[in-house]
Design a protein around this ligand. Structure first.
Ligand code: DGY
Length: 436
């Protein structure tokens, strides 16, 4: 079975590879280059085609802005199967945006630091891979500097996101409270995602109104970070986003150490790291819920709901051993029932849980991969094995889809896969887990 799954996964990735040197997440539904998708995709390629792995990162970093910003979508080509496209986002409003590529003015979780480390670990030719890393690593460092200098207005060591699309967990119930208080206009536009995927598995029209409205506000300020920090109605410190940055800081420290000669950068990364880890535990760990939660900087309050993002700090080594045990108890008691596959994207015990709707409940392979690594790091070996085995079940019973039903009865019937089919990161990260 393993060989068959691996062969199918390679087929998915190879079919989604584009002649420009990057890989689309899924045909029609996501026809451009997405930032964190590219990172995960590179990890999959590294197991069988290091040139493609490197090309994935190089093409993404080629679209970096002069201020270190890396956009969440790079519009390499023109296609009308996706909305909102380059004409809506208008990245050229920002004076330092790429002159070569059109993009969004949004970011996505900062995975590239640890992706470079993964490439190095997987590589059979470490010398060549290290040479490649040397050619790209400063761009990733500049991106971290961009975050700490522009997205941390209180100088706390935690960075904000100003849009739900920046979180990667687009329509999570986490954001509902923010949207309820928004007076977004009713936009007149043609959705494209719902012509490729059943609308019951996608965000609602009203949610899209909010998504567009927040971008319009940022555009009004020409994507200026200081003005966004002052005026965006959405301004959140997200545990997943900050955990990815911390994990990537750690990876950059390790890689600069291997490369040698950049002690100033290492010292700076260590400074960011120390403060960030401290604040994650102080500000975002909720001792009553025993989980990492979100802080709404605009409305000055915690958002005390639990999602799969709540467990991602394990991957970055953030919690103490004791907090990690409590966190894992929360995971098992709320998400880990015998009748479920791990790990739902939103708390299955909550009234907001929706098992088919995108980030309101379904299982995502990238979050499972992050959780698998986090559980291993803290030596929760049995649970780590379960997450890996569950991920294999999801895919082998349903195919390389975008997201999956966590209910065993639905999944096992073969009708529990949702969103886009032949989805690149599901394939890429299964390759990595199967090679573990
Ligand atoms: C979408 O269009 O749904 C994407 O997730 C935005 O990044």
């Amino acid at each position: 079975m393993k060989d068959k799954l691996l062969a199918e996964a390679q087929k998915v990735l190879n079919a989604n590879f584009q002649k420009e040197g990057f890989t689309i997440p899924s045909k029609k539904l996501y026809p451009f280059q997405w930032k964190w998708d590219s990172g995960f995709i590179a990890i999959g390629y590294a197991h069988y085609d290091m040139d493609k792995a490197e090309s994935e990162i190089t093409t993404l970093l080629d679209a970096q802005w002069a201020n270190g910003f890396i956009p969440h979508i790079v519009f390499h080509t023109d296609t009308d199967t996706y909305f909102p496209g380059a004409d809506f986002h208008q990245s050229a409003l920002h004076p330092m945006s790429s002159k070569k590529y059109r993009s969004t003015g949004l970011v996505q979780p900062p995975v590239l630091g640890f992706v470079l480390e993964e490439l190095y670990e997987i590589s059979k030719n470490k010398k060549a891979t290290l040479q490649y890393i040397r050619s790209q690593i400063d761009k990733v460092y500049d991106n971290h500097q961009y975050f700490y200098q522009n997205r941390d207005p209180l100088n706390e060591g935690l960075v904000y996101i100003y849009h739900n699309w920046e979180s990667g967990t687009d329509n999570s119930p986490i954001w509902d409270g923010i949207f309820e208080n928004l007076d977004s206009p009713e936009y007149d536009f043609e959705r494209r995602d719902t012509s490729h995927v059943n609308p019951e598995q996608r965000p609602t029209k009203r949610e899209y109104d909010h998504y567009l409205h927040i971008i319009d506000i940022a555009k009004k300020y020409k994507y200026d970070d200081q003005k966004i920090a002052a005026h965006s109605p959405f301004l959140v410190q997200d545990p997943l986003f900050n955990a990815m940055l911390i994990k990537s800081n750690e990876a950059l420290i390790m890689l600069y150490g291997l490369l040698g000669g950049d002690n100033i950068k290492i010292k700076q990364l260590e400074k960011w790291q120390e403060k960030a880890v401290f604040q994650m535990n102080k500000k975002l760990f909720d001792e009553d819920l025993n989980a990492y939660v979100y802080y709404d900087l605009r409305n000055k309050k915690h958002i005390r709901l639990i999602s799969s993002s709540s467990f991602t700090p394990l991957f970055a080594g953030i919690p103490s051993k004791k907090d990690a045990e409590n966190l894992v108890n929360t995971l098992v008691s709320r998400f880990g029932g015998e009748d479920r596959y791990l790990c739902a994207s939103f708390d299955p015990t909550s009234t907001h849980f929706r098992p088919k709707k995108y980030w309101r409940g379904p299982v995502w392979i990238n979050l499972n991969w992050i959780l698998f690594r986090g559980l291993k790091r803290y030596e929760f070996k049995d649970l780590a094995r379960r997450v890996k085995e569950d991920s294999v079940q999801l895919v082998s019973k349903n195919g390389y889809y975008e997201y999956f039903d966590c209910r065993k009865e639905v999944l096992d019937s073969g009708n529990g896969a949702y969103g886009g089919n032949n989805f690149s990161w599901s394939a890429a990260l299964l390759i990595d887990m199967l090679n573990e």
